[in-house]
Design a binder for this molecule. Structure first.
Ligand code: NAP
Length: 283
């Protein structure tokens, strides 16, 4: 496995496993299979409703805690968010059966963002979260958070895939010491990604699938990827992406697929903002 070094020195695997939209009843088996396939970075969230199942899989896998990199995410909290954030963090830890996280992400740039971040800074200083970061922050919000707070987010997890590549944004993040992490690296299969002729054509040159080309392209750009699959054979396929290297010409060809626009949630779209910002978790 290759690693990236975050801005506070913490090492993070370049490739991990995401569990969004895996039903809680299937998650334990899926995560157990992913750990057996070799994944060591697990990405969940309070909002996914499957932290307990992730925790059970970690326990039954027998993989040593220090070999794992576990991320979960804080859902939107009302002001004043300091106490709520701490409670949400403790709830996530309890559900996961862990005594610390490797990465705690603010899931959305909404609610009492400053209160949430200050509480996360405290959790980081106390050692409860080895690194803290954000998700779905567009550049203006990311820079605002950086210039007005003490700890620079270690990671910004944003939609990044061949149809929405975020190359300029990656450069800006790099300038500020923020590691880009891709969510929806396969665009969840939208735009027929898995049969895209450009991607399958490149794959044929190496005996690889479009999925493997995408993961190779992301990680070769220095983007941390967390593909999701419930199928053990796809987990193995998606993990097997470090034995070949795309040429500059192939990287440039993939770059032509960029549309520059989200295929999912544009966090600047007022309908999306209103919907996401207003959603609260039950617990
Ligand atoms: P994704 O990884 O882009 O795509 C998952 C889809 O691809 C599933 O339908 C899966 O089907 C299929 N798939 C996986 N490997 C395949 C392969 N080798 N060949 C063909 N199909 C394949 O989608 P995602 O789950 O939305 O994103 C990845 C992770 O990012 C999430 O799990 C989550 O951890 C994170 N995320 C974060 C946010 C955020 O707001 N921070 C938002 C979305 C996602 P099967 O399962 O049937 O194999």
């Amino acid at each position: 496995m290759q690693y990236v070094t975050l801005n506070n020195g913490v090492e993070m695997p370049l490739l991990g496993f995401g569990v969004y939209q895996i039903p809680a009843e299937d998650t334990e088996r899926a995560v157990f299979d992913a750990l057996a396939a070799g994944y060591r970075l697990l990405d969940t969230a309070a909002a996914y409703g499957n932290e307990e199942a992730v925790g059970r899989a970690i326990k039954s896998s027998g993989v040593a805690r220090q070999d794992l990199f576990v991320t979960t995410k804080l859902w939107v909290q009302d002001a004043p968010a300091q106490d709520n954030t701490r409670r949400a963090f403790e709830t996530s830890l309890t559900k996961l059966g862990l005594d610390h996280l490797d990465l705690y992400l603010m899931h959305q740039p909404f609610g009492d963002v400053y209160g949430q971040w200050r509480a996360m800074e405290a959790l980081n200083r106390e050692g409860g979260a080895r690194a803290i970061g954000v998700a779905n922050f567009y550049p203006d919000r990311l820079i605002d958070l950086i210039v007005n707070n003490e700890i620079v987010p270690a990671v910004n997890q944003v939609e990044t895939h061949p149809f929405f590549q975020r190359a300029d944004y990656q450069d800006l993040m790099r300038e500020h010491g923020v590691q880009i992490q891709s969510w929806g690296g396969f665009a969840e299969g939208r735009n027929d990604l898995f049969t895209n002729p450009l991607l399958t054509g490149i794959g044929e040159e190496y005996g690889k699938s479009a999925a493997q080309v995408v993961l190779r392209w992301l990680t070769q750009r220095g983007v941390v990827a967390i593909p999701k699959s419930v199928r053990a054979e796809r987990m193995v396929e998606n993990f097997d992406v470090f034995g070949f290297r795309l040429t500059d010409e192939q990287m440039a060809r993939v770059a032509t697929l960029d549309t520059g626009a989200s295929l999912f949630f544009d966090h600047r779209d007022l309908k999306i903002v209103t919907w996401l910002a207003g959603r609260r978790l039950d617990s």
